[in-house]
Design a protein around this ligand. Sequence first.
Ligand code: AMP
Length: 282
Amino acid sequence: MIITRSIYATRKAIARAKERKEKIGFVPTMGALHEGHLSLVRRAGKECDFVAVSIFVNPAQFGPKEDFKKYPRAFRRDSALLGKEHVDLLFVPSVKEMYDSDFSTYVEETYLGRVLCGLSRPGHFKGVCTVVTKLFNIITPDLAYVGQKDYQQAEIIRRLVQDLNFPVTVRVAPIVREDDGLAISSRNKYLSVYERKQALSLSQALRFAKNMIRTGERSPQKVIRCLRNMIDGSKDAKIDYIKIIDPRTLRDVTRIKGKVAVVLAVYIGKTRLIDNEVMYAR
Ligand code: AMP
């Protein structure tokens, strides 16, 4: 595994792989790696000849009051974990390498990013689209791997690729969960033991919704009301949103029919957690 810190060295390594006619898979991350990230890396390893991973805590996607400074950074552990997988290139740029002091060009998706996390985290998806565009231009992957854990982000990246004609196929991989159901996230590290227990209310709520829909409930309001009651029962939980949406437009559905996504964002203490599940109603 080569570790690169400059765009120049990264491009050179990629150019060599392209000369060898290798298919390039790319997994963008912010580090503090866990089984969720590794599932993407492993899938890339199965489907591609050359696997590139990036670790970059992107300041442009954090709001001024968010956790950019205290976001977990664990480079040694991360590179050791990736060293055990099929990874050919690990790109770890500095903020300065990615954003020159006179940086002034941003990329913004203007429809899917206007709802859900886009409302509670203004500017977040603009930061995501900008960094993903830069990383795609540097790595020039054939396939890029993202997680369904960040449902809205995955849909926005798909749209970005479609709208701006990136020659990249986006693969969205399923959510990896702890044994008790909690969706694995780098931010789970912030939770105290007591909060960790309360965080289970998110995946429990999704399971409950699935059951309601399976047994015939078709009113989004009724399902959402039940989930609100469930999550409000946890002392430190504060709901940001619970929505039942059209999986492509991300807008609320008026009736549960066909494929829908149940998406939620909940603060457990100071930690904002997200989770989702795609469900089918006949
Ligand atoms: P992050 O480091 O949080 O920016 O995540 C990097 C990539 O890993 C994103 O595409 C995430 O959606 C994905 N990811 C994060 N957590 C999980 C998980 N529990 N299961 C699957 N993918 C995940």
